[in-house]
Design a protein around this ligand. Sequence first.
Ligand code: ZN
Ligand code: ZN
Length: 299
Amino acid sequence: MRARVLGSAAGGGLPQWNCGCDNCVLVRAGDARVAARTQDSVAVSRGDRWLLVNASPDVHRQIEGFAGLHPWAARHTPIGAIALTNGDLDHVLGLLSLRESQPLVVLSTERVRAGLVERNAMLRTLARSAGQVSWQTLAPGKELVLEDVGVGVTAVPQPGKLPVHLVGLVEPSPEDNVALRIRDLVTSRTVAIATAVGSLDALDPLTRDVAALFFDGTFWSDDELVSLGLGQARARDMAHVPVGGPTGSLAALAGVGIERRVYTHINNTNPMLREDSPERAAVERAGWEIAHDGLEVVV
Ligand SMILES: [Zn+2]
Ligand SMILES: [Zn+2]
């Protein structure tokens, strides 16, 4: 089974249009120490049909940039399904770029589906014809089998938050934010993808017996945006456990015996993006990789 990172940045991408932080400035200057990155998405396959995990606002150029996702015929897509980990716009806006009357299979929890479809007139563009979008419910802990892609998908709820546009409209639920276990139906080798993890309390069912883990690398420190003067919210307020520090994910996951461990969904402010930074050195010393667009993990 192959897992290919289409986009390795958190919401906003790298560079982010309105950001002049050190990393964004270096990328614009063409500095070799930091590569540009598009917004979070991973494509998984065991053959020639693909499951997309999240539909990023950059999905159009992510598809064009990877021949495996190009159509085989005049009207066709090898994308067998799209699984959504939450309703944040950086994970779902790409759905609206995939209209063009193309039938789509979208997997999400019932909560994420309702948050997108109800009260949202624009989503009706994906309901032009009966069955244009076929929603399939990811019930937590229950594997959903995608025969054409050759994988089974299981949602594992993770502490998260409501998407910004639903705050105050609905009550939070454990199904607002999930990680996914994606199992090769032939070999049973499993990849876990967790791009928004608000606390480390629900790790065990996620990481048990996985061959590769893609994990929330949004922020290095809890006060990253505050200390840079870029915002008031702390990492944990935004449902992202920081990578560094004594209570960060790098320390908490130090003992897990997983062959490939990859940080992804990395915010443009995160110092570990810079190849010569001490933060990058610490991550690599611990056996982790930093995702870049195009990184492929084969399990
Ligand atoms: Zn995100
Ligand atoms: Zn920036």
